[in-house]
Every structure is written in structure tokens, then in C-alpha cells.
Design a protein around this ligand. Structure first.
Ligand code: NAD
Ligand code: UDP
Length: 348
């Protein structure tokens, strides 16, 4: 393991991407200080990351909207940067509860920035999303594509991007990395951490995984009449470990260079829903039953990234392909059929 490079506040560090990023940070010599309110995660995730790195990680249970707690945490642990994952992320729910989404995502980020200002912490890495682009006017999506989110969740991400640019340009010294994720899937090869959505999964891969493990009878393929090679939606799936590694690169770029940047984090390759079903079938050795259902409101036919800028700025490109994404997602799900609630087996 590398020497200690410094401490980083990781909000939402118990979540899917946050837990993998904590692992990558420790592997690269950084010390994550985790702040999470567990509204969509389990403390077990942090216990498991601690086991994997053979070190007890610092965990503060609390809410990012508690500015005093954020400031105290930053000061108590002399954090040098913040990686901000905490927030609400379900597109459908954001239509039903826009006030909750603006509260958690926009006011939450604002609170964190206030705390950073008070604690004189100037490096900020933000989890944005490809959803800020809205309906693609051209593909692959480059960072200068117009921004026109079509749902409240995407609007909250764009609002925070705008807030960050305004603060960064105000001369107060804030440096930010805005990372626009495409579709994170997969899990760490250890099978100890992974995606564990509450209730019915909104996203494709966790849904397929729950069908494979017998928790759901079949997948609903939401539309097979799109203008794509097989009629089903095309997305840019990215292995969560590649994504986690990109955060370390982004952090190290902020430390080594002045200024701020915005980059896509995707692979540049699009796969259809049926490509992912076949990939998962290959990984798990089972047939994934599916039925063709209606299009989901607000879905677009195809979305995939131009990942060139991330490679130029960060020296990073995704290295894990569809086989590893499906294999690792399946290995996590089959080892933990009920996610983090899977009872621990005690030897007889
Ligand atoms: P997740 O829900 O697994 O993780 C988010 C974590 O933040 C959870 O542990 C949750 O308990 C915590 N949290 C939420 N609100 C909080 C609050 N007010 N205070 C403290 N903790 C809070 O989600 P994820 O998939 O790991 O996503 C992480 C970030 O990346 C989110 O901001 C999400 O919008 C963004 N993102 C995710 C995806 C995706 O498909 N997973 C795609 C693009 C962007
Ligand atoms: N999808 C599907 N069935 C599901 C969930 C998703 O067919 O149960 C499709 C969806 O229409 C889209 C693709 O899978 O074409 C990826 O959807 P996801 O919600 O995972 O990502 P997003 O649409 O947010 O990029």
C-alpha cells in the first residue's frame, strides 16, 4: 500500500460508487473520511471496505445539510479535498418529489461548499451525470454538448454544476472536478461490496442481476422499437472500479494542477439492453427471462460518451469490458443474493 497522501472527505461513501472509490483511494495512498446518513445504504458496506483494506475507516453518520457537522469533520480530520457522492438519484422519484431532490442535491451541495469555505478546503469532486445532456443532438456526447436535462434529478445536477462554476470563478480559490458519469455497473472482484438498491431496482443491471438470482421472475425490456440496431435502448455502461479509479486520477489532477475541469466518465461504447442480457447470461450460465414492455417515459434511444477528454486530462481510460462488468456484477449478486442484508454464514 502507498504512503499516506492525505485525507479526503467522501460524502455518500457507503453507497455504490462511494464504497468502491473508498477502496481505490486507500489503494492509492489516500485516507477517506466517510460522511453518510445511510438513507440509501448500509454501514455494512463500510465495514466490508475496512476489512478489505485491513484498516478501520473513519465513519461519521450524518447529513450533508448539517453544515456545522461538515465543517467540524473537515477540520477534525484536516481534509484536503471533498469527493461528493451524497444525494438522491432516482429519476422517476425526482418527478414525484422534486422538493426532496432539490433539498438533498442542491441545498446539500451548497451546505457542503459553505462548510468547505469555513474550513478552508478548496478541492471538490462532484458526481454529475450524463443526464445533464438531455436528448442527444449528436453522438458520442462531448462535454460541450448543450445541457438540457429532461427530469428534476438532472436539473439538480445541472444546478450544482452551475453553482460550482460560479464559485470557482469568484476568486475564492475553489478548484472543482465535475465528473459526468454514464452507466456504472459491476462490482469489486472481492464480491464484498456492490450495488444494493432498495426496493425494485430502477436500473437495468441490478434488475437483471435480481432476475438471475431468483428474486424477480423476469426482466421488462422497456421498448424494442427504438432506432437502434436491435430496437432496444443503447447506453454506455462503465465498470464501477474503472469509475472509482477515475476519482483518484481527478483528485491527483486537482492537487497537481491549478484550475477546474469537467469530464465525461464513460467507455465510449454503447450496448443495447439485449446485449447486456446476453452478457449477463454468459456470466451466470442461466437464461434471463424477459418480456417486451412499453417504452419508459423520458428514455432516449442511445447515449454514449466521447471519453477522449478524460484520457487527455486524467491519463485515464476505462479498461474493463462488458464481460468483466457482467461477471463481477453477477459474482457480487450471487455471493450476496439479498445484498448487504444477506445473513453471514457461520461455519457449522
Ligand atoms: P447511492 O445511493 O448508492 O449512494 C449515495 C450515498 O449518499 C448513499 O450512501 C446515501 O445514504 C448517501 N446520502 C444520500 N443523501 C445524503 C445526505 N443528505 N447526507 C449524507 N448522505 C447522504 O448512489 P451511487 O450510485 O453511489 O451514486 C453516487 C452519486 O453519483 C450520486 O450523487 C448520484 O446522483 C451520482 N450518479 C450516479 C449514477 C448511477 O447510475 N449510479 C449515475 C450518474 C451519477
Ligand atoms: N431498462 C429496461 N428495463 C429495466 C430498466 C431499464 O429495459 O428494468 C432499459 C432502459 O429503458 C434503458 C436501459 O435499460 O434503455 C438503461 O436504463 P437505466 O435505468 O439502467 O439507465 P439510464 O436510462 O438512466 O441511462
Amino acid at each position: 500500500m502507498n504512503a499516506d497522501k492525505g485525507r479526503v472527505l467522501v460524502t455518500g461513501g457507503a453507497g455504490f460508487i462511494g464504497s468502491h472509490t473508498c477502496l481505490a483511494l486507500v489503494g492509492a495512498g489516500w485516507t477517506p473520511i466517510i460522511l453518510d446518513n445511510f438513507c440509501n445504504s448500509s454501514p455494512t458496506a463500510i465495514k466490508r471496505v475496512s476489512e478489505l483494506v485491513q484498516r478501520e475507516l473513519v465513519l461519521v453518520e450524518g447529513d450533508i445539510r448539517d453544515t456545522d457537522l461538515c465543517e467540524k469533520t473537515l477540520k477534525d480530520h484536516s481534509c484536503e479535498a471533498v469527493i461528493h457522492f451524497a444525494g438522491l438519484k432516482a429519476v422517476g422519484e425526482s418527478h414525484e418529489k422534486p422538493l426532496d431532490y432539490y433539498d438533498a442535491n442542491v441545498l446539500g451541495s451548497h451546505s457542503l461548499l459553505r462548510a468547505m469555505s469555513a474550513a478552508s478546503v478548496n478541492r471538490f469532486i462532484f458526481s454529475s451525470s450524463a443526464t445533464v445532456y438531455g436528448v442527444p443532438q449528436s453522438l458520442p456526447l462531448t462535454e460541450d454538448h448543450p445541457l438540457a436535462p429532461t427530469n428534476p434529478y438532472g436539473q439538480t445536477k445541472l444546478a450544482v454544476e452551475n453553482l460550482l462554476r460560479d464559485v470557482a470563478q469568484s476568486g475564492q480559490g475553489l478548484q472543482c472536478a465535475i465528473l459526468r458519469y454514464f452507466n456504472p455497473v459491476g462490482a469489486d472482484v472481492s464480491t464484498r461490496i456492490g450495488e444494493d438498491p432498495r426496493g425494485i431496482p430502477n436500473n437495468l443491471m441490478p434488475y437483471i442481476a435480481q432476475v438471475a438470482v431468483g428474486r424477480r421472475p423476469h426482466l421488462n425490456v422497456m421498448g424494442n422499437d427504438y432506432d437502434t440496431p436491435d430496437g432496444t435502448g443503447v447506453r454506455d455502461y462503465i465498470h464501477v472500479v474503472d469509475l472509482a479509479e477515475a476519482h483518484v486520477k481527478a483528485l491527483e489532477r486537482l492537487v497537481s494542477h491549478d484550475g477546474s475541469f469537467t469530464v465525461n466518465l464513460g467507455t465510449g461504447t454503447g450496448y443495447s439492453v439485449l446485449d447486456m442480457v446476453r452478457g449477463f447470461e454468459k456470466a451466470c450460465g442461466k437464461t434471463i427471462p424477459y418480456e417486451i414492455a412499453k417504452r419508459r417515459a423520458g428514455d432516449v434511444a442511445s447515449m454514449y460518451a466521447d471519453p477522449a477528454l478524460a484520457e487527455t486530462l486524467l491519463g485515464w481510460r476505462a479498461s474493463r469490458g462488458i464481460d468483466e462488468m457482467c461477471r463481477d456484477h453477477w459474482n457480487w449478486q450471487s455471493a450476496n443474493p439479498n445484498g448487504y442484508d444477506t445473513p453471514v454464514e457461520t461455519p457449522a
